[in-house]
Write a protein that binds this ligand. Structure first.
Ligand SMILES: [Zn+2]
Length: 259
């Protein structure tokens, strides 16, 4: 089954109302956007209400961690703050009942790709220990990124999954932009074909020679092409990140149901 849903839960006070709204369209996923800050605190009374509503409506929650993260910063302070932001998301994720904690791992900076990989791997293992120690159920899901100078190619993310047992987020639009549009969704899916479960991001995208510029509305053609590639017998979540994520997710669901 494929679950469709938008990026964005809305403000704490509107969250339950928004989940009801999403469910009324048949959407079964939602990614809480902490991209500009972790705006829900674990002890807030609304957290339980959000958790219960999502459970009742069968909406799978995930969390997108803040953009302000660099696990490969040469400065230890920045690496520690980055981990803290991700772990803050894990803490909220645990009480709100979210599964994947999505994040962009970091930048190559002056390091070569292998050194960057090793540093990011070490920091992910460190966070995994913390998750285990706290007995949290959330999973770290580093994302394939859209810019060429940013860590997060398909190979890098897949290697992290293999070597740290973390989960992953496959952003089709990002990989498409990273590869300058010279790759099909089928080819993008291929490295992750063996996984029984996928957490995906999808939207239209503008790109330049450096990669991703911005997400845009998902066309019917793009939805069709993607859904033709994804199997129906796996647990797949597709979060739409276009400027109109609810409408676009519903668009995808309608196409899926007609296939
Ligand atoms: Zn992202």
């Amino acid at each position: 089954m494929i679950r469709f849903g938008p990026a964005g839960l809305g403000g704490v006070r509107d969250a339950v109302k928004n989940l009801d709204h999403y469910a009324s369209f048949g959407l079964k996923a939602c990614e809480i956007a902490f991209t500009y800050g972790v705006y829900i605190k674990p002890f807030q009374k609304e957290v339980k209400e959000i958790r219960n509503a999502a459970k009742k409506l069968d909406i799978k929650l995930s969390i997108h961690a803040p953009y302000w993260i660099n696990l490969n910063s040469p400065r230890k302070k920045v690496r520690e703050e980055s981990k803290k932001r991700i772990l803050d998301c894990c803490r909220v994720g645990e009480v709100v009942g979210a599964d994947c904690i999505v994040f962009h791992p970091g930048y190559y900076g002056k390091d070569d790709k292998e050194k960057t990989y090793q540093t990011i791997k070490r920091e992910i293992l460190d966070m995994s220990k913390e998750i285990k120690k706290n007995k949290w159920h959330v999973r770290l899901a580093p994302e394939t990124t859209g810019k060429i100078n940013v860590f997060g190619s398909e190979e890098e993310i897949k290697r992290l999954v293999r070597e740290t047992s973390c989960f992953f987020t496959l952003d089709f639009a990002h990989v498409y932009a990273r590869e300058q549009g010279k790759i099909s969704y089928k080819e993008i899916y291929k490295p992750f074909k063996s996984f029984k479960e996928l957490h995906c991001h999808f939207s239209g995208i503008n790109f330049s020679s450096k990669g991703e510029r911005n997400h845009k509305i998902t066309s019917l053609k793009e939805w069709r092409e993607l859904l033709n590639v994804l199997p129906k017998n796996k647990n797949i979540t597709i979060i739409n990140e276009s400027p109109s994520p609810v409408k676009d997710a519903v668009k995808g669901l309608k196409i899926y149901n007609s296939m």
